[in-house]
Ligand binder design. Structure first.
Ligand SMILES: [Zn+2]
Length: 338
């Protein structure tokens, strides 16, 4: 029975995805898509599949340049207007649907996107982790991925190790990395895994299509910290970014998407106008004031955008829909099968 349950759990979302790919475009033909803002978050970009296969960064959430172009063209072809957080300061028209591109962490490989963004005249936000930028320090999740992959560890065990570290504060993560991989592991291996440096961020901030946002100083998962520590993380990054760009960031992306009431309160008190989580949902327009400091963002899957784009536009995710359906069936059947 356990095996049957596991198989249903594995194939349920896949089945929903397959049916959705067929049925969603039909629904969208009749559906009015106005009054919505879809925000997407990216991490790194790869030049090619071959570069991805080098395993210099954790390939989870990372796209090739061609997939990024497909993503832009898909939404442009469906009449979405790409906007920046600054555009949210003005009232958005209700007869238009909008999309926003955000990049988390501050990978140098994001440079691959800017040529494309300039060509299409599309804005994007870069959420910078300032300590990694200032010290040319590799991101800890990449260190685990690349060293463990070289040691022949399974992806499942790597994900478990990363999950455990996400409950630690940043100095404990650093200690763990040093004990397990040595201090030299913080040195990036190539242009693929290195963060932006200060000069690059300074120059990028001059590009009219780029906004620079806060991603904390140590990529701190803010729900693990006290209020004083949260404020310190936010202020330190703002101070560094202001020193480089002459502009105080108006937006922040929560590392790992984690937030709670205290995080939201701190972000508001520190003067941020917009904050972004990682909940795969669309944002309905007009945006309520409380929503501005907790905007939803879709994870950008590396599977073909032509297949997942319709899910984003309809505002549902196969995994989430499956979980909800299961819950409903469970309460209906009273636990007989589930
Ligand atoms: Zn991040």
């Amino acid at each position: 029975m356990k095996k049957i349950k596991e198989s249903i759990d594995n194939y349920g979302p896949i089945l929903i995805e397959k049916i959705g790919c067929f049925i969603n475009p039909l629904i969208l033909n009749f559906k009015n898509e106005n009054n919505q803002l879809l925000v997407f978050y990216f991490h790194g970009l790869f030049e090619s599949q071959e570069q991805k296969d080098l395993n210099h960064i954790d390939p989870q959430n990372n796209m090739t340049v061609n997939q990024f172009v497909d993503f832009i063209e898909y939404f442009q072809n469906h009449n979405f207007k790409f906007i920046s957080p600054e555009d949210l300061l003005a009232d958005l028209k209700n007869d238009q649907h909008y999309a926003m591109i955000t990049f988390d962490d501050g990978y140098f490989n994001n440079m691959l996107a800017f040529e494309i963004l300039n060509k299409y005249k599309i804005p994007a936000v870069l959420f910078i982790t300032t300590k990694n930028m200032s010290e040319n320090k590799s991101f800890w999740w990449d260190i685990i991925y690349k060293y463990r992959t070289r040691q022949g560890c399974s992806v499942d065990s790597i994900r478990n190790e990363q999950r455990t570290l996400k409950s630690y504060k940043h100095f404990l993560i650093d200690k763990y990395i040093i004990e397990n991989f040595g201090i030299e592991s913080f040195t990036p291996w190539s242009e693929i895994d290195r963060p932006f440096n200060e000069n690059e961020v300074k120059n990028l901030a001059e590009n009219p299509y780029i906004s620079v946002g806060n991603h904390t100083h140590n990529h701190s998962i803010l729900t693990n910290y006290t209020k004083e520590e949260i404020i310190e993380e936010l202020r330190q990054t703002n101070k560094i970014l202001f020193g480089l760009t002459g502009k105080l960031p108006i937006s922040i992306a929560f590392p790992n998407g984690n937030y709670d009431k205290m995080v939201l309160k701190s972000v508001e008190e520190e003067g941020f106008r917009f904050a972004f989580n990682t909940e795969s949902k669309k944002n309905n327009l007009p945006l309520e004031n409380a929503k501005l400091i907790c905007l939803n963002r879709y994870y950008t899957s590396t599977t073909k955008i032509s297949e997942i784009g319709s899910f984003c536009r309809l505002g549902y995710e196969p995994d989430l829909l499956y979980t909800n359906m299961k819950k409903n069936i469970k309460s209906f059947v009273k636990g007989k099968w589930f």
